[in-house]
Design a protein around this ligand. Structure first.
Ligand SMILES: NC(=O)c1ccc[n+]([C@@H]2O[C@H](COP(=O)([O-])OP(=O)(O)OC[C@H]3O[C@@H](n4cnc5c(N)ncnc54)[C@H](OP(=O)(O)O)[C@@H]3O)[C@@H](O)[C@H]2O)c1
Length: 185
């Protein structure tokens, strides 16, 4: 059966492919107004967002969004006792489609927003991955934006999983920050 879900990914990575520093925190050096505006506006258009228990997009519209939080704290699926719009999901106990259905979504667009293990889980499923890049920021010893970085670059991993780069869009001209859509070939 063909999935009725469109799956998108969103990350901002440093020049060396990191989404967080060596302490596991996303530093202010990786935060740019143009990227925040793009990310927030993009999430406003999707039906559901998915992230690991330690990630959160922290935007004005965050409380309104339906979300799946990935955690080993449940066996399969459960409502989040702390957020009526959130579903807790353990991929070891339930399929992604079942998780989306539990969140009330059987068709539409789902945004995957991290962290690295969650991004990597969907590498064979993205319809488009929006890779924002900050070419003047380096985070040595940081957390790669996918499992498998820095042994391979994010671009190599996206290409190896059947995605091709489109035209980059400038998000912050002063800092040369761009976003590139990687679409399934
Ligand atoms: N630059 C960016 O665009 C960007 C994007 C996303 C995140 N980040 C940053 O990345 C950092 C967080 O990364 P992270 O990897 O530590 O956090 P994360 O992926 O958000 O959360 C990790 C947690 O997710 C759950 N999890 C992960 N894989 C799982 C699996 N296969 N099965 C079940 N549960 C699973 C576990 O939760 P339990 O412990 O509850 O079992 C794990 O502790 C933060 O600093 C965040 O700000 C940056």
């Amino acid at each position: 059966m063909t999935s009725k879900l469109t799956i998108e990914g969103y990350v901002i990575a440093s020049a060396d492919g990191m989404l967080a520093d060596a302490s596991g925190t996303m530093p202010d050096s990786l935060r740019f107004e143009g990227d925040s505006v793009f990310f927030s506006a993009s999430l406003d258009k999707v039906d559901l967002i998915v992230h690991g228990r330690r990630s959160f997009e922290d935007q004005p519209n965050s409380p309104k969004r339906r979300r799946i939080i990935v955690t080993r704290g449940v066996d399969a699926l459960a409502p989040d006792p702390n957020n009526p719009r959130a579903t807790l999901w353990n991929p070891a106990g339930a399929s992604f489609e079942d998780a989306c259905a539990a969140a009330g979504i059987r068709e539409g667009t789902v945004a995957i927003i991290g962290g690295p293990g969650i991004f990597a889980m969907f590498l064979d499923r993205y319809d488009v991955f929006w890779l924002s890049q900050a070419p003047h920021v380096r985070l040595p010893g940081g957390q790669g934006c996918f499992t498998g970085v820095p042994a391979r670059t994010p671009q190599q991993l996206l290409a190896a999983h059947g995605l091709s780069a489109g035209e980059p869009r400038i998000l912050d001209a002063a800092h040369d920050v761009t976003v590139t859509p990687w679409r399934r070939r």
